[in-house]
Design a binder for this molecule. Structure first.
Ligand code: MGD
Ligand code: MGD
Ligand code: SF4
Ligand code: MO
Length: 691
């Protein structure tokens, strides 16, 4: 007898409600849940792949240890004991521990609760995560302006009149730092009520295809566009912060600093016509609700922090911050803001290049050098949790080499990946349907307030959840080092506690009574000033570092634009970073790892559609098929990240059929945003030649 269970898809930030039909332990179907309070039936093709992940024969089912060139299965107790002993000997030899935490941990509430124990057991400041190849500039700006790094503004697309997306492609990504399932319907509804979607992107993306207006922008030049918008508002007297006015500190100072720039110069720099900039500004400044949102295109850039500051200044200048139809703040069921520290930066620096700590971590651009550079405090033992930095971090090839030199490497991952193949031990978590799920971080950035708990659907058997594995490693390391064993609390209890402590004062039991989610209502305006975490409840509009960074931008603006091509990334709806390429049904169709190049640029180099080309950057070279298309603007080429599965020893049999090349063999560790330390993955200068 088949039975249908409700659940939340954990793969991306959209958090779609799904209906999983099971017959015994066999998945019969996975469909969208029309009654889910957030997603209302939306799903994408990746949801069905959850069952592929569950049944994938390549997925490790027991801990493995690398012996010579082979992987040998061992028991959990033996794995923990050996890891503890080997860690103690690394420490005794003067080596430091290190930790890399990957993206899927943000979709796994329970493992996040154990990371602190592991950091403590490792006794290290060498903590890296996918955050510094991702959203750290958002957090830094929020910390500076609103007083807490987790005060994420959420674009109220369902009630806005103008939605401006700069460097985001939610039609492929399903939204990011913005839990907004079913974006296509939301865009259609916006347009049906007379609103406009405006997309600013060097590529005519799937989202741009739906837009009322798409403006091509030269990669990396977003500060020019954003400053020009603010200047156009200023010139037309449409700067109107409205009810925010009494909460603004330094707003006039910020505007004054921007007045040093000229719209015509900025327009020429970013490649967007002055008339178009003025038209967008007129819409934003019309007084009707508007929301400006920026994502990876502006985050992983050399001016990532400056970009996000300017975006929030735009939301403020148009009176749209904390307003219905603007950029709003949630009332989450678990109030992360109330429970975590405001943020940190610069409390310590990295050993080799002296880069500043950010939100208790070090930027990932420092990871390879900290492992490879000998000396006191060199990282000799590394744990990775749900991460694949060899494919996801800049200059992945350098990291690939560095990892092989470690004395001890432990990967908590269910596959032998480009990264975990270097590990001495791989500790695999259970399959996705064997664990529970609660959207701890993502619920707090959703377009609607809600809570939803998904219980495990399949029995655990001898398998372990990520949190149990990380707790096991932390305990083993602590004990081998002669420290007291960490006091591990069951994540469900911690979750229940967090729910109770938050303003909605829910219990986990109450949440569990709502299998389609507990609706906590639409986002409400007027959260500020109460929600602000600055000591005086003022919005800091002119953070010193941002004002200072305008000088760095002015220098770039004064330079002649560089000749040659720049490389940007892209995402596809049927893939997720580096790790969904082992599902046959997701991988089917034409090869997706192609270099998109504009017809003019292709012609100038004698490159035909489908021809093999060699792409070279300062750090590396790849050979890949060209896709000649006017969807990318002249001067820009695009390659997806997350491919490159052809490396020796990777055990992903489906992914190996179409291995592709890694974009991050071309991206450069030396290109980063100096304010945040976040990697600049987009805008890499490259040469492209027919191979
Ligand atoms: N050039 C370029 N590079 C990029 C990006 C880009 O746009 N351009 N995007 C960046 C971004 S935004 C991110 S978030 C990073 C992601 O970077 P990472 O987090 O380092 O990499 P992922 O590809 O997400 O790899 C996740 C790994 O976790 C494993 N995994 C999946 N689910 C689970 C689980 O439940 N438990 C455990 N233990 N393991 C699991 C997978 O097998 C895989 O090996 O990549 C970044 N890299
Ligand atoms: N299907 C799928 N969904 C995903 C993921 C995935 O890999 N696949 N990854 C998940 C993760 S971890 C994240 S962080 C999110 C990311 O979510 P998004 O940010 O929405 O995804 P991207 O496709 O990286 O979109 C970035 C856009 O910026 C554009 N761009 C590049 N350079 C510039 C620039 O200099 N200026 C401007 N204005 N635009 C630029 C690119 O062309 C691209 O369209 O997606 C999440 N969802
Ligand atoms: S958009 Fe797709 S991958 Fe993301 S949560 Fe929804 S079904 Fe899952
Ligand atoms: Mo990400």
């Amino acid at each position: 007898m088949a039975q249908v269970h409700t659940r939340t898809c954990h793969i991306c930030e959209a958090n779609c409600g799904i209906l999983v039909e099971l017959e015994g332990e066999r998945v019969i179907s996975i469909k969208g849940d029309p009654d889910d309070v957030l997603s209302r039936g939306h799903v994408c093709p990746k949801a069905t792949a959850i069952s592929d992940l569950q049944t994938d024969p390549d997925r490790l089912r027991a801990p493995v240890k690398r012996v010579g060139g082979a992987w040998v299965e061992i028991g959990w107790e033996q794995a923990f004991a050996e890891i503890g002993q080997r860690f103690a000997s690394v420490r005794a030899g003067g080596g430091a521990g290190g930790l890399y935490v990957g993206n899927p941990t943000a979709h796994n509430y329970s493992v996040g609760m154990m990371v602190g124990h592991l950091k403590k057991a490792l006794g290290t400041r060498f903590v890296w995560s996918a955050s510094t190849v991702d959203q750290i500039p958002h957090q830094l700006v929020q910390y500076w302006m609103f007083g807490h790094n987790a005060l994420f503004p959420v674009a109220d697309i369902d009630r806005t009149e103008t939605m401006l997306i700069v460097g985001g492609n939610p039609m492929a990504s399903n939204g990011s730092v913005w839990t907004v399932p079913g974006i296509r319907h939301r865009i259609a509804a916006l347009q049906a009520r007379g609103g406009e979607l405006i997309v600013v992107d060097p590529r005519r993306t799937e989202t741009a295809e739906l837009a009322d207006r798409h403006l091509f922008i030269r990669p990396g030049t977003d500060p020019a566009f954003l400053i020009a918008l603010l200047l156009a508002l200023d010139e037309t007297g449409t700067v109107q912060p409205g009810r925010l006015a009494p909460m603004l500190e330094g707003f006039d100072e910020a505007l004054a600093a921007l007045r040093a720039f000229e719209i015509a110069v900025l327009a020429a720099h970013c490649g967007i016509a002055e008339a178009d900039i003025r038209a967008v500004a007129a819409r934003l400044g019309s007084g009707a609700p508007a929301a400006v949102y920026g994502r990876m295109g502006v985050s992983v850039a050399e001016f990532g922090t400056l970009n996000h500051w300017l975006i929030q200044l735009l939301n403020i200048a148009t009176g749209n911050l904390d307003r219905v139809g603007g950029a709003m703040f949630t009332h989450p069921a678990v109030d992360v803001v109330g429970m975590t520290g405001a943020g940190t930066q610069g409390r310590f620096t990295s050993r080799v290049s002296g880069m500043a700590e950010i939100m208790s971590e070090l930027p990932v651009v420092t990871m390879a050098e900290e492992i490879a550079t000998p000396g006191d405090g060199q990282v000799r033992a590394l744990v990775t949790i749900a991460g694949n930095p060899v494919l996801s971090c800049p200059d992945g090839a350098a990291l690939d080499e560095a990892l092989e030199t470690l004395e001890l490497m432990v990967s908590v991952d269910m596959y032998v990946t480009e990264t975990s193949r270097h590990a001495h031990y791989i500790l695999p978590p259970c399959g996705p349907l064997q664990k529970d799920h609660y959207p701890l971080f993502l619920g707090a950035i959703a377009v609607r307030n809600y809570a939803k708990y998904s219980p495990p659907l399949l029995p655990m058997g001898a398998d372990k959840s990520d949190w149990e594995i990380v707790a096991g490693v932390a305990s083993a390391m602590a004990m081998a080092e002669g420290q007291p064993a960490p006091n591990i609390r069951h994540p469900r209890d911690t979750l229940d506690h967090m729910l109770k402590q938050s303003p909605h004062a829910l219990t986990l039991e109450q949440v569990e009574q709502h299998p389609h989610g507990l609706d906590l209502g639409e986002l409400r305006e007027g959260r500020f000033p109460e929600r602000l975490r600055t000591p005086d409840k003022m919005i800091r509009c002119a953070p010193e570092a941002c004002i200072g960074d305008l000088g760095r931008f002015a220098e770039v603006l004064a330079e002649a634009p560089a000749e040659g091509l720049v490389l940007i990334g892209r995402r596809h709806i049927r893939s997720n970073n580096s790790w969904l390429h082992n599902s046959k049904r997701l991988l089917k169709g034409p090869d997706r790892c192609t270099l998109m190049i504009h017809p003019d640029d292709a012609e100038a180099r004698g490159i035909g559609d489908g021809a093999k080309v060699t792409v070279t950057s300062r750090v590396g070279e790849v050979t890949v098929a060209a896709e000649v298309t006017d969807a990318v603007m002249p001067g820009t080429v695009s390659l997806p990240h997350g491919f490159g599965h052809g490396r020796a020893g990777v055990q992903l049999s489906v992914a190996r059929e179409k291995p592709g090349v890694s974009l991050n063999d071309l991206t450069d560790r030396r290109r980063f945003d100096p304010l945040s330390g976040n990697a600049a993955l987009n805008g890499t200068p490259v040469t492209v030649l027919a191979a």
